[in-house]
Design a protein around this ligand. Structure first.
Ligand code: GLA
Length: 402
């Protein structure tokens, strides 16, 4: 009997120990996302720049990246705030060196990443890089950083990297909330302020924990250069509007403007929704040969100003009527950005009521059209109802005047 009791006691003790070990592990990983691990001070407004993936996929090299940096300056886009020049997948050799360090791909980046960073910095711009919270990146052509977080973060910092996009391919079965904070800590340890862009595709609702871990979080799978893909990413991202704030932004993926799959009006919708949604404005076309139409969209300062407004509040849809919708976001100075989008096949008049916008009744507003660059002659009270063409939008700033 005594022996039986002793063995029962031992079993209970062992169960208790293993339960507390796993509970403390669980709580530790929970704590990882409850505490603010990232205090790097960057991303007070949504990041602006360029990334190689949407246009070039794996076909990048140092010449393209240098010429893109040149183009950001010569087109005037850098003056408007586009500062990050970001490498995506395919910049590294498949194998690390004998010490376990990343090696730049010799055939396409023969001068190395440090030299590229120096060049980009000499233009007054910043260099971004890409890795994955897994064993390989998504193209399987280079290693990921899982298990190498500190080493890789130190390498990136020593090269002068300013932005890290961190993908989610080929991992060990653990959840993003376990893998992504490891890189947060590693980046913080370098002491270099590096914008940290989480790219786990919205799998584990990163908006709910991303602001403690990164400066932005992708809420969607990859965008494709067509209307349906673009608006579906916008919709998925809008759901999480309340989680965006200076230092941490919802990310509906990068821009397709200039890649040829949408009409000019549709690209204007794309840019307007991204801007009012406080999304990262990361250009995804070949800037070296961008058309005037493309540059006019990407370079619309009045729309960029909405994106970069210091209040940092992401727009929500405040009214929907069938395929027509009104998006609105407050701006500094009691102003309001309002975007009317028509997804239907015919033109429609779409109303915004002051109730929708949170404006007090009888407030009189002045209306600035951000795409026509003109202030409307008429002032408006209680309701504003422009007509919008099919697959197009109009974007305004409303300023109360009495
Ligand atoms: C994933 C990401 C993309 C891109 C590719 C590169 O699909 O979501 O944005 O970075 O990997 O392989």
């Amino acid at each position: 009997m005594k022996r039986y009791l002793a063995s029962q006691l031992l079993i209970s003790l062992l169960l208790l120990i293993s339960f507390s070990v796993s509970a403390s592990r669980f709580l530790r990983s929970e704590n990882d996302t409850r505490r603010n691990l990232l205090t790097n001070g960057v991303g007070r407004t949504p990041p602006m720049g360029w990334n190689s993936w949407n246009h070039f996929w794996c076909g990048i090299n140092e010449t393209i990246v240098r010429e893109t940096a040149d183009a950001l300056v010569s087109t005037g886009l850098s003056k408007l705030g586009y500062e990050y020049v970001n490498l995506d997948d395919c910049w590294a050799e498949l194998n690390r060196d004998s010490e376990g360090n990343f090696v730049a791909r010799k055939s396409t980046f023969p001068s190395g990443i440090k030299a590229l960073a120096d060049y980009v910095h000499s233009k007054g711009l910043k260099l971004g890089i890409y890795s994955s919270a897994g064993y390989k990146t998504c193209t399987q052509t280079q290693p990921g950083s899982l298990g190498y977080e500190e080493r890789d973060a130190m390498t990136f910092a020593s090269w002068g990297i300013d932005y890290l996009k961190y993908d989610n391919c080929f991992f060990d079965g653990t959840k993003p909330i376990v893998r992504y904070p490891k890189m947060t800590r590693a980046l913080m340890k370098t002491g270099r302020p590096i914008f940290y862009s989480l790219c786990e595709w919205g799998d584990m609702h990163p908006a709910l924990w991303g602001d403690r871990v990164g400066n932005s979080w992708r809420n969607t799978m990859d965008i494709v250069d067509n209307w349906d893909s673009m608006v579906s990413r916008a919709d998925a991202n809008e759901v999480y509007a309340e989680y965006a704030r200076p230092g941490g932004w919802n990310d509906p993926d990068m821009l397709e403007i200039g890649n040829g799959g949408m009409t000019n009006d549709e690209y204007i919708v794309h840019f307007s929704i991204w801007a009012i949604s406080k999304a990262p404005l990361i250009i995804g076309c070949d800037l070296r040969s961008a058309s005037n139409e493309t540059l006019a969209i990407l370079g619309n300062k009045e729309v960029i100003d909405v994106n970069q407004d210091p209040l940092g509040v992401q727009a929500k849809k405040v009214r929907m009527i069938g395929d027509c919708e009104v998006w609105a976001a407050p701006l500094t100075g009691y102003r309001m950005a309002v975007l009317f989008v028509n997804r239907a096949l015919f033109a429609y008049g779409i109303p915004a009521h002051w109730d929708d916008l949170g404006l007090p009744q009888d407030t009189v507003v002045q209306v600035r059209d951000l795409w026509k660059h003109e202030t409307l002659k008429k002032t408006y009270k209680n309701k504003f109802e422009p007509t919008i063409a099919s697959h197009a939008c109009k974007m305004f700033v409303l300023t109360p005047i009495s």
